[in-house]
Design a protein around this ligand. Structure first.
Ligand code: ADP
Ligand code: MG
Length: 320
């Protein structure tokens, strides 16, 4: 197949049609209609085989996740995702792989009506780069820099599951396979918290999505906001797997330091507590208060009658 035949067969045919795409795939560039009273929100994320997912990951899951991690970045801004481009580098044009990959991507495009507006196709070691564009009303957005002293710190869903699944796949966690489907689902098909981010726009101060682990990502909020925090280890939202099946110490370490959960961590004024519980009920999503923003820089923990500080070596995955 020629390059263009592949693009036509697998990428130009995905049936999401938006009125604001004036010209999609097929020309030198796409043309997009600009909306009144909205600002554009843009982000890019690359997934590399062997770094961001195990080499033997199913093509469907790779397609899903490459898009999901980008959608998650927009969710953490409170934005509504709309358009994306796809730069795909593949070792070979394997049609079965391409079919499953686009099905995975498409399964997330449909519910959010995300249009694929262009991209690039090259040969090389497998890498997937997606740039996604969304909208925010003018002047709005959940920034890392907006946490305030006295804010409560919250986390959506449960954390540590994707890390447990990865450890299981890599052979460092030995556990009954029957216990793993839910955690594997979290690793391979994370659900970007788009509705939650949007609902938090006038409620939360700062937000981030947890891609590198709670400690690493919360520290980004603290540094950008020039504040510190204390979190209560006992309050960390653990799945049944982590709470019931894993040794306590391991479960805590996974919840604090493993990445790939794509839950949101955000801060909000204590007066918003009721509103946040209403959002949780409406979205049928657990939202757990885990700590407080403080003036003293650094990140500290309490656990029953013990207390301490986290140090730099606790922070998450670093590429360099
Ligand atoms: P050019 O050489 O002008 O960059 P290409 O041949 O790379 O053009 O691409 C032709 C058209 O196909 C462009 O509109 C481009 O955006 C689109 N395209 C290329 N690769 C992809 C892809 N992986 N997914 C979606 N669209 C793609
Ligand atoms: Mg090109």
């Amino acid at each position: 197949m020629t390059e263009w035949q592949i693009i036509e067969k697998y990428f130009a045919m995905i049936p999401v049609k938006r009125d604001d795409v004036v010209l999609g795939i097929g020309d030198d560039a796409a043309l997009l209609h600009q909306h009144q009273q909205q600002q554009l929100v843009v982000t890019t994320d690359t997934l590399i085989a062997g770094v961001h997912f195990p080499e033997n990951t199913q093509a469907f899951d790779i397609g899903y996740k490459a898009l999901a991690v980008n959608v998650s970045d927009l969710a953490a801004m409170g934005a509504t995702p709309a358009w994306f481009s796809l730069a795909l580098t593949l070792p070979a044009a394997d049609e079965c792989w391409l079919q499953a990959f686009t099905e995975g991507m498409s399964s997330l495009m449909q519910p959010y009506q995300l249009a694929l507006i262009g991209g690039d196709l090259t040969r090389g070691s497998m890498a997937i780069t997606i740039s996604i564009i969304g909208f925010l009303p003018l002047g709005k957005g959940l920034l890392r820099s907006q946490a305030r002293v006295g804010d409560d710190i919250y986390v959506t869903g449960s954390i540590g599951d994707a890390g447990a699944a990865l450890a299981y796949l890599q052979g460092s966690l030995t556990i009954d396979a029957a216990l793993m489907p839910a955690a594997l689902q979290k690793l391979n098909r994370p659900e970007p918290r788009v509705q939650c981010g949007q609902a938090l726009l006038d409620v939360a101060h700062a937000a981030i999505d947890i891609s590198d682990g709670l400690l690493a990502d919360l520290q980004h909020i603290l540094q950008k906001s020039q504040v510190g925090a204390t979190i209560d280890i006992e309050k960390l939202p653990l799945s049944t797997l982590l709470a019931k099946q894993l040794p306590r110490e391991l479960a805590m370490n996974l919840a604090l330091s493993s990445g790939d959960d794509y839950e949101l961590c955000f801060t909000a004024d204590p007066l918003q507590q009721t509103q946040i519980q209403t959002i949780a009920q409406t979205l049928q999503l657990t939202i757990t208060k885990i700590g407080k923003v403080e003036a003293m820089p650094g990140l500290r923990w309490v656990q029953q009658d013990k207390a301490g500080s986290f140090h730099r070596e606790n922070i998450g995955y670093q590429h360099f």
